[in-house]
Structure formats: C-alpha cells, structure tokens
Design a protein around this ligand. Structure first.
Ligand code: GLU
Length: 375
C-alpha cells in the first residue's frame, strides 16, 4: 500500500510505562514487539514516524531490583541512566528484525527553550526522518531533575506534544492502558461512556480529565489533556487510545475512530508560531478584559494596552508572553512589544497616550496580531 492512500503522513506515537510493562515491574517484550511491528509496517508503507517511549525508569528499577529507594542519591536519575540503554537495546533488537535502524534522542525542556536549541533538535529529527531512521525519544531524566520545573517536562505526554509541534506532525497517537477519556470515572459510574471526539478542549474536558483516576505512569489524564492542548493548537490531531488493542497504531494511522480523538483547533502554523506556542520560553503573563479577549479570539485583532488589566512576571520587549482572559484561562501567547515595566504603566490606556506616559512609543499594539497565537 502506498502512503498516499493514508490520511496522515507524519506521526508521533507515544508509549506509556504502564503499557510497556503491562502493569508489571518490567518491560514486557511481547507487547513491545507487537507495537514495534505496527510501527515497522507503517514505516515500510512510507509513513514518517517518531516514537516517544517511556519505560527507562521502570527498566532501571527492575534491573537494580532494590526493594527500597536508597536515600541520599538522585534515585530516579540513576534508574533512568541504567534503564535507558536497556530500553533502547530492546527496541534495537525488535526493529532490527524489520530491517529498521533506530536512533535515540534524549531531550529536556531546557534544551528546547531557546530558539537555537529548538531548531537544532528539529533539524536532527527531520534529518533522521529523511534518512528513514526511526528516532526513539525520551526525556533526558539523568539531567532533568524534578526540582527545576522550567528545565523538565516531567512527563512524556507533554514531551510528545512538544515533539509533534517540533516536527510539524499530522497526528499524535498516545497509547496507554485505558481506552481514552470518559464522561465520568468508569470505576465509580457504570454508565460512564468513552468520549470519541473532542472538538475543543474547554473547562468541562479539563474537569473530566481531573476526575479520571490515574495509575498511568507519570502523566495521567491531566497531562494528556495539557498535551492535547498544545498539539491541537499547533494544528496536530491527537488520539488517546488503548495500546493493547490489536493493530491499534495501524488502524489509527488509517483514520479509524478508536479511543478519544482531539481535533486540531488551528490550521498548521508556521514554525516560529509553533515555537511561541510551545510555551517553552515564556517570560510574563498578561491578563486582559473580556472586550480584548473577544477582539483577539473572534476578530483576529492585535492586543492593545487599553485591554490589559494586569501584568505578572518580568519580560523585556521582544519576549514571549502568555495571555489570559479575565477568568484566568490562558487563551494565547505572543511576542510583546513592550517590557513588563512599560506595560504596567500603559495598561488600560488608549494607544494615543503611550508616548506621553512612557516618553517613547513602539506602536499602539502591545502584541501585534502577526506575532500572536490564539488557542
Ligand atoms: N521518562 C520516563 C521514563 O522513561 C517516563 C516519564 C513518563 O512516564 O511520562 O521512565
């Protein structure tokens, strides 16, 4: 079959720890073999795939066989460094059987936070796709410590959305050990049903995710919804599905409705805007009034000083800022023409007053619509 008949060309597929271990304390080769065969089959049909794989920490823990967490050492980092090579070793053997060369990329949030790092990672991943080498990505847990939030994704859900954003994927498949997002906790509500399709991630979807109990690796449903927000805003479709279903990756790549499908909320964005959206380099927060929110969301307008109610954090002119509506919901982000100190002075003012208030004027837009991404 040629890839022309398939709806997606470039796919990121993420395997969670609980899927790879089948809930046990070790990597389950059978399940990894089934997943790898599906990826291999799509690869041979001409699709471009990148795999995000968890399981390093679980593999390290199993190898060490310690019943108790030793005190005084960065335990998770140690486990990740032991397990990562074991994890890769399994993939290497499995994909070898299909004649596919694999590569490893270990990323951290800090690596991607500056524009140069983001572009370097992007170039490497795109070059691997070009060479038809299958790249297997994980967070570099050895250096990305929990304590430094800005440096670490912390879960592979967010990492996989970032990679989908980075390489401009068409589809992000998140495989786990549940069927998807439910209308209520299925353990407590027997009439709970699987939600097949989410058109827009709103407060209700977030509430459902928060209510879904999770024994799923580090992430759980909340981080999957965070990931869906970034993926869909970047123009990427996302699916959460049960990785144990037969041929699930192949079926999803063929456009079959399995699991919960999140529709892209935007058309594909140019790379610069996708990077802004990634939120990796955000310096400040602007809270705007409802009139300004409507102008941004519905009328594709720039953000003017008059609509800004409050500024939090410190930013310089040219930094990326997050934009929140009056209910505290993040609605977009963009490049600020003014520093946070300037915005503090001009917020609420009409454009004509800016020069008078500051003694200079960089234009009437605090964030110009060309430098703005709305979710
Ligand atoms: N990077 C972690 C690992 O390989 C997994 C993080 C997650 O479960 O999301 O074990």
């Amino acid at each position: 079959m040629s890839s022309k008949s398939l709806p997606y060309k470039r796919i990121v597929v993420k395997f969670g720890t609980n899927l790879l271990t089948a809930g046990s304390n070790r990597l389950e080769k059978d399940i990894m073999s089934r997943l790898s065969s599906q990826v291999a089959s799509l690869h041979h049909q001409g699709l471009e795939l990148v795999v995000i794989s968890s399981g390093a920490i679980a593999a390290g823990r199993y190898k060490l066989g310690l019943a108790e967490e030793p005190k005084g050492i960065p335990y998770k980092q140690v486990l990740a460094s032991i397990g990562q090579s074991r994890l890769m070793n399994v993939y290497e053997q499995l994909f070898e059987q299909h004649g596919i060369t694999v590569a490893q990329a270990l990323l951290t949030k800090a690596d991607l936070s500056n524009r140069a790092g983001y572009l370097n990672a992007r170039n490497t991943l795109l070059a691997l796709l070009e060479l038809r080498v299958l790249c297997i990505v994980n967070e570099n847990d050895v250096v990305a410590v929990d304590e430094i939030q800005e440096a670490k994704f912390g879960d592979n859900d967010n990492l996989s959305a970032m990679v989908a954003n980075l390489i401009d994927a068409d589809l992000l498949i998140m495989l786990t050990d549940t069927a998807g997002l439910y209308s209520a906790d299925p353990q407590r509500h027997p009439d709970a049903h699987l939600i097949n399709r989410v058109d827009k991630i709103d407060a209700e979807v977030e509430r459902l995710a928060a209510d879904t109990p999770s024994e799923m690796g580090t992430g759980g449903m909340v981080t999957k919804i965070e990931a869906a927000r970034l993926a869909t805003a970047s123009g990427v479709s996302m699916v959460i599905a049960d990785g144990r279903l037969p041929d699930v990756i192949i079926r999803l790549a063929g456009g079959e409705a399995v699991g919960t499908h999140f529709l892209p909320s935007a058309l594909k964005l140019e790379s610069r805007k996708r990077w802004m959206l990634s939120g990796l380099c955000v310096r400040g927060k602007l809270f705007i009034d409802s009139g300004a929110a409507t102008a941004l969301e519905k009328k594709n307008r720039s953000l003017l000083a008059a609509g800004i109610e409050r500024v939090e954090g410190k930013c310089q002119r040219g930094d990326i800022v997050n934009i929140y509506n009056s209910r505290g919901r993040r609605i977009g982000c963009g490049i600020s023409n003014y520093s946070s100190a300037d915005i503090e002075t001009i917020k609420g003012a009409h454009s004509g007053q800016i020069a008078e208030l500051l003694g200079y004027d960089y234009g009437s837009e605090v964030v110009h619509r060309n430098n703005l991404v709305i979710f």
